[in-house]
Ligand binder design. Structure first.
Ligand SMILES: Cc1cc2nc3c(=O)[nH]c(=O)nc-3n(C[C@H](O)[C@H](O)[C@H](O)COP(=O)(O)O)c2cc1C
Length: 188
């Protein structure tokens, strides 16, 4: 699948069917993160792949109310790092940028393999870190819910989430976020 097609195919679906998680799958996803570019090749990203049923059940207790759909995930990937793992140039901290790129590559590979890999920010960070064994001085940036897309819409979804299963939520027009040659006012 071309990169463009994979990017277009990727969706943050919330109706999930189970998928078998193997060591090969984990290594395949990790390999795409491994070769991601990073500032001075610092490779700040860290991932914890949780698929043990007891671990998943513990993680389900730290999700925000609207994220009940995650309980159908077969694996949750914890994405974590800390500022000192990457370039700090004045006030510019690159760890979130580079970890985000690695995560995007991993999500696209999962998409290419026919999986849903849905990033979420709706979780309690401190207990989630404790469950996953992530050190206190690191940030748990996101969790990625992994499963297979189910055609049967998960009944726990809100109406807008149900709509989101059928069509991609609207995006800004290109003119709202690009500038050519020089940024023009007004800008936010
Ligand atoms: C950093 C981040 C955090 C997100 N957090 C949540 C979340 O907590 N719960 C949820 O249902 N979706 C979450 N999403 C998914 C977005 O809502 C989704 O990507 C957006 O609506 C666009 O839909 P699309 O990805 O299918 O194009 C998150 C996405 C990102 C990138």
């Amino acid at each position: 699948m071309s990169v463009k097609k994979t990017i277009e195919k990727r969706r943050a679906h919330r109706s999930l069917d189970p998928v078998e998680i193997t060591r090969d799958l984990i290594e395949d996803l990790a390999e795409t993160a491994r070769i991601t570019p990073s500032c001075a090749n610092k490779q700040p990203w860290r991932f914890v792949f949780a698929y043990d049923k007891n671990m998943l059940n513990e993680l389900f207790t730290v999700l925000s109310v609207g994220n009940k759909w995650v309980e159908k995930a077969s694996m949750i990937i914890g994405v974590f790092s800390k500022p000192e793992n990457d370039c700090i140039i004045g006030e510019r901290l690159y760890y979130l940028f580079d970890t985000g790129m690695a995560t995007a590559f991993l999500i696209l590979r999962a998409t290419e393999l026919g999986l849903v890999a849905h990033p979420i920010a709706g979780f309690k960070e401190t207990p989630a870190k404790e469950i996953l064994g992530i050190p206190k001085n690191m940030r748990l940036i996101a969790l990625i819910a992994v499963g297979k897309h189910s055609e049967v819409i998960n009944p726990v979804l809100s109406d807008s989430m149900k709509l989101g299963e059928k069509q991609r939520p609207p995006r800004k027009s290109i003119d709202e976020f690009i500038h050519v040659n020089k940024v023009k006012e007004p800008i936010n």
